[in-house]
Design a protein around this ligand. Sequence first.
Ligand SMILES: [Cu+2]
Length: 313
Amino acid sequence: MARHESSSAGLGARLERRIPSPEGRTARVRTRRSLAAAACALVLLFGTSCSDGSNGDAAHVNRVRVMTSEHHSSETTYAFELPETMPAGATRLSLVNDGAEPHHAQVFKLDDGKTVDDLTGALATGDPSALRALGSFQGGTAIVPPGATSRADAVLELDAGDYALLCFVEDAGGVPHLAHGMVRGFAVTGEDPNSAPEADADAELSDYHFSMPDAIAGDALVRIRNASTAEPHEMVVARLHDGAGSRQVLDALGRGEPIPAVEVGGMQAIGPGSDQYLQLDLQPGRYVVVCYVPAADGKPHYAHGMIDEVTIT
Ligand SMILES: [Cu+2]
């Protein structure tokens, strides 16, 4: 995960590998295409492969659609649908919630020799430290309401190995969806092309605080770094209702009521000292960012102050 710090991708490669928004905002794409053309020449000097740019500059970002659903019947089933294998490198996870409950997609990388069955066993204990003995939290796309698609997508740099996708969201009875079947293994194969994207903005997560610009462009690629030495952190993003702020969100959470905001995705937990990216595709407005990860005292991080507001322009 410290890969980004090595900056071994040259400037040209970095320019070429920027991640466009799904709708491809015209002016920006045009600029990026010419940058990509210039980058191509540089990349050729380094002797690595270079796309012709006909698909904008998205050639090095894998796009993965994760479908989430649950089927309510006498035997309720919950499911993730995604490819069983995907190539290594920068991977954007868009989350399509086809169910009747909110869902998220937490990515967990299994250590060598560990299996999804080991993970399922550890999850059943309910002890977070049991999980950390099996692998690490790598991010993933945060909560999306029923019938919606994420507008703040995790872009993860995935190395080859075995992974699992998990949903910790609880059903009406307080049982996490993963206990109903929302644990899904997948494999990442091949060489990581070292496609570290170039971010437009930075957000730093620490114990227990968000540090980021007051305003961020709605189509920004945000680099999210967990600066903690001990705890995983996440950044769930939700659009605030008119007149609501982080104070009202915190009050609602304290009362166990729905928050006065609409979740649009965000970044699921990443481990201490690691970083990943979030691709925004958001309407301008006021948003709240929240970390729900439980602290050692059992309280969620937001109760320790890990909640903030940001203006999307
Ligand atoms: Cu946190």
